[in-house]
Ligand binder design. Sequence first.
Ligand code: ADP
Ligand code: MG
Length: 880
Amino acid sequence: MATGGGYRNGAHKAPNLRNSSSFKSKLPPSNVRRSSPATLGGGGVPSGRVRVAVRLRPKNAEELGADADFADCIELQPELKRLKLRKNNWDSDTYEFDEVFTEFASQKRVYEVVAKPVVESVLDGYNGTVMAYGQTGTGKTYTLGRLGDEDTSARGIMVRSMEDLLANISPETDSILVSYLQIYMETIQDLLNPANDNISIVEDQKTGDVSLPGATVMEIRDQQSFIELLRLGEDHRFAANTKLNTESSRSHALLMVHVKRSVSDGDNDFSPENRSHLIGNLRPPMLRKSKLIVVDLAGSERIHKSGSEGHMLEEAKSINLSLSALGKCINALAENSSHVPVRDSKLTRLLKDSFGGTSRTSLIVTIGPSPRHRGETSSTILFGQRAMKVENMLKIKEEFDYKSLSKRLEMEIDKLIAENERQQKVYENETERIRLEAQKRVAEAERNYVEVLEEEKMKCQMHYMESIKMLEEKWAVNQQKQIINGEIHADASNKEVAELKSLLQNENRLRKTAEEDIQNLKNQLLKFSKVELMGNTDVSSFQQVLEEESHQKKKLEEELRLLRSQLAQLTIEANQPRGSLNRGNSANPLLGLNSLSPLNHLRSRDGGDGERASITNLHEQVGLQKILSLLESDDASVRIHAVKVVANLAAEEANQEKIVEAGGLTSLLMLLRSYEDETVRRIAAGAIANLAMNEANQELIMAQAGISLLAMTATDAEDSQTLRMVAGAIANLCGNDKLQTRLRSEGGIKALLGMVRCRHPDVLSQVARGVANFAKCESRASTQGTRAGRSLLIEDGALPWIVQNANNEVSLIRRHVELALCHLAQHEVNAKDMISGGALWELVRISRDCSREDIRSLARRTLTSSSTFQSEMRRLRIEV
Ligand code: ADP
Ligand code: MG
């Protein structure tokens, strides 16, 4: 290598040193904890110039002894960063360096001045090189490679560099990979894997970057593992050198530290506030890949000196080929030569970027103080002087980290998916909560509504009951009035009757007198007859008298008959209001009707008393058999007369048995079947109704299919009185326990209910009576256990009518229906239908308002004994 500009008799100054006297150049800030030791200068102009410091080793024991008589050839002026190399006693060359370390310089200071700026640059993304150059034994390895096991202050640049690197990277995003190599005789050996003893250099065609893919790469996570690695490398180096019969001073050791860093400018902030910004920002993060090379060069002493070690010359040449190539390159670079022979050696190829490249490079030149090695020391100093002229173009090694971007985006997607799922869950929970809340509110509203409704219903009910009560009271008052009127009327009639009776008695008396007179006259006649024998003249006069008397008698008889007929008429009239009076006030509503023979009505409607008298006469004259046969007469008027006669007879209990015995019932039923004429049917039905009051007859009627004939008549009839007769007959049958099932199966109940189409109260009372009778028999049978199941009345659809008429304004109808309801209610099996049919309300009303105490208490008992009614009433909050 050519000599650099030395100062003769004065300061020798590198020409470009004036402006850049610092090891530290201004570089982009990094997160490195910057210490501020007394580094070189502290100027501050960014520059890529190779920084060179010189370090003087303290004298060793040998030198202390051997050189005692000689003055040191080296004189340092550290404050001026100058070194004087004494040529002789009067002459010396002065050199200026970036830093001059005396033999007292600490390892720490050497690191901080020489290596630390390079390490900081590496952390910032620049390549960095720290290289030691000097004669064997001057302290290269001491400066770079000491581990400082016993004394930490002795730690060298390698250990300290790694300490700083590890302290300043983020283990999550950054990495440090290390290779440790040795170049010996132009072969690259892997100090981490001795078997790997010939590693080839690979050069990227495009970028020209060199790499050693074959070298072992170890990731460093902590200082300890790095020290282990250095120790291992050192051991391998020693072993390799022993095997090759050489020593470490003949080989170059290279520690390659690959630092990979993610540029952290807040891009890794995944907080929700920052996320939207990040999502939009698809710019991949920057990845900085930098490399720190620490080179412990082989000894710089000339080859001939080491030739004595027994190596062949060629080998010796080869040993130092790399070093001389390095010198040539540095010379070329220092002189700005167009050709830099980088490719001449393995070392220069590997250090291509360190000199003349983009790396920040520091060179430490080690020298010994001994004048005996003055020549070597001088050439070492000159090497350093030349190296100071090498300008590098610092360039940040930054690239887009697509891998990390994709990883980050994947992470972001995962987070967003998780967040989305979480929000979905929250949303679902919220929806569910709202749904439940709504359900609760609806239920509450419904409950409130039901309560209000119930209250309203209760109010209406009470109002309704009060109205009913009021109407009933009114009705009772009216009834009272009617009764009074009726009594007045009856009183008048009674008076009339009494008068007539006395008149009649008078007449009777007169008649008796007349009869007595007649008897007397007869006696007299007898006497006269005897006398006649004595004279006929007296006889004819007597006969005349007799004729007169019998004429008189006929006249009287005629009068008597008229009076009787009037009496009968008056009796009927007098009885009629009393009858209706009985109906209204009867303790037993059935009694009133049962006692009311349908014939009573027939009499006033279908024939007068005169007619009845003639009928009685007819019966007496022609006999029952004959009359019954006339029922089948072809002559309609005869038929009507005959049926009237039979009906009249049937009205009297005494005749009923005879009529039935003579086949009258059969004939009457036959009339229902055969004749269209409603009058005939009406009267026949009336007669049947009367006969049906008798239990034995009821069974006969059933046996002769009477119920279907009655049902048929009920369907056909238009006249309310016909319906009343039919209804009365069926109502009577309804009261027979034995006929229940048959009556129903043959359409009796249906027929009875069908008749309500006629709204005449007479018909309705008979229907009500029939229903009550039926219900009563059913109830009795249920109680006795002879029947089970729902009421046949309910089965046949009677309930709506019953409920409708439970409060009928006609008290007779009402009483029957009330009783029917009570009977039905006594059996739990009917309760449900009754509740749904509205019967419960009626029963409640009856239990509260019925004017009849017995029915009222019956209703109350019935309600309280049924659990179904009880629970329904509890639900409706009704109290009885
Ligand atoms: P080189 O690697 O250059 O051949 P070494 O580092 O092996 O030299 O040093 C040779 C000897 O000098 C070693 O014993 C070393 O401990 C000692 N030595 C070198 N430099 C110093 C120093 N600055 N202070 C104390 N001893 C030193
Ligand atoms: Mg060494």
